[in-house]
Design a protein around this ligand. Structure first.
Ligand SMILES: Cc1ncc(COP(=O)(O)O)c(C=O)c1O
Length: 383
């Protein structure tokens, strides 16, 4: 599937490799309003809302910058000064939600659960019951720092029961997992263009309940990140308040057309799942161990323990893979002495087969003793 062997293939959970078709859309200069630009914007907004079944009550608001910009904009805009956010964290990106609230002086309470398992509904019940001041709840869907897939549907039910506004950081997962905002009454979903949607980075999105956003005038601590103002201006004029990333918007709309043509959420998850299965099986055959059991892992990224071998060095592993055309990623603080390999972007199981072959060579080059050979034939791998 990867198209350009001259470029390294990103096996990282962002930035991801994107298609030539999407990249070529960035060769076109477009005016900031009207014509093609408006068409791209309208199509993208509508497609994102439909992807999470939000037709009618929800709207998609673009925000210049990476996913964290949209997250800060959402928290700053939706949570009033007399509100209080309950933040769940079981990894680096949950911790980032805490950092944001702290830095913009938003009242919050955070709670941490084990990094290698999703939190339970009962844990949220207890936190909410213990603090009646809580008005909003936010959590990460796929906690990319470990790969654990948090069960947002169960937590949405708790928030619905207690009438708390529920927001989800779906930056890593959106585009490959069903998130039904209507069914689960989710107020807002934060989206990255450059993970499972396979667009270029630089423009993030929030799908947000219209009635909730309409009540949030004047809340935001920032001019640039004010989602309320961004939406008002967009709906009134059809344009961004500030210079829009026109090239990125064109390419993003094309990435969404690709998503649609591939078969939407199910087809995309299916491709990722096949790649993930092949990677995890291949790595285990070589002797590597995953940080997570398969039943709590997202099929888009896997975290592996560093081998206990004096000849092992992550830098050598990284350099050896890079020399063979693959970029992998060191683990983050949530799990020290680990590294991650992702299978999102324009990657399929055959690319993963080549990556496993490369990894076999690098392992042999390093002289790791405890590793056998992995079976690299696609037809012999587990589906
Ligand atoms: C779950 C999650 N949240 C937030 C972020 C931060 O997004 P960005 O780096 O686009 O600001 C990431 C990035 O990988 C992520 O995976």
């Amino acid at each position: 599937m990867s198209e350009d062997r001259a470029e390294p293939l990103m096996l990282t959970p962002g930035p991801v490799s994107i298609s030539r078709r999407v990249k070529e859309k960035m060769l076109q200069d477009l005016a900031s309003g009207g014509g093609q630009m408006t068409e791209n914007l309208n199509f993208s907004r509508q497609y994102l809302v439909e992807l999470c079944n939000g037709q009618g009550g929800w709207t998609a608001v673009p925000m210049q910058g990476s996913g964290t910009f949209a997250t800060e904009g959402l928290l700053g805009t939706l949570v009033p000064h007399d509100g209080k956010v309950l933040i769940h964290t079981n990894g680096v990106y949950g911790d980032r939600l805490v950092d944001i609230c702290r830095s913009i002086n938003l009242p919050f309470k955070s709670f941490r659960t084990a990094p290698y398992a999703p939190p339970t509904a009962a844990e949220f019940e207890a936190e909410i019951a213990a603090d009646p001041a809580i008005t909003h709840v936010i959590m990460v869907h796929c906690e990319t720092s470990t790969g654990v897939l948090n069960r947002i549907d169960e937590i949405a039910a708790v928030c619905r029961k207690h009438a708390k506004s529920f927001m989800v950081d779906a930056i890593a997962s959106f585009g490959a997992f069903e998130i039904d905002v209507k069914k689960h009454s989710i107020d807002a979903v934060i989206i990255s263009p450059n993970k499972c949607l396979q667009g270029p980075p630089g423009l993030s999105w929030v799908v947000v309940r219209k009635s909730t956003l309409e009540e949030s005038k004047g809340n935001c601590h920032s001019i640039t990140l004010d989602l309320y103002d961004q939406l008002q201006y967009l709906d009134r004029t059809g344009a961004f308040r500030f210079t829009p990333p026109t090239h990125v918007l064109s390419a993003f709309a094309e990435a969404l057309r690709e998503h649609q043509e591939e078969g939407g959420l199910e087809a995309r998850q299916e491709r990722y799942r096949r790649s993930w299965r092949r990677m995890v099986d291949g790595m285990r055959q070589m002797g590597f161990q995953t940080l997570l059991p398969d039943d709590v892992a997202s099929p888009i990224v896997a975290t592996f323990h560093d081998p206990h071998d004096p000849n092992y060095s992550f830098q050598k592993l990284y350099d050896g893979m890079k020399a063979r055309g693959f970029i992998i990623f060191p683990g983050r603080l949530a799990a020290a002495n680990t590294f991650r390999i992702a299978c999102i972007g324009v990657v399929d199981e055959h690319d993963i087969g080549r990556a496993m072959e490369a990894l076999n060579e690098v392992v042999a080059e390093m002289g790791l003793q405890t590793f056998g050979r992995v079976d690299i034939e696609p037809e012999k791998s587990a589906a």
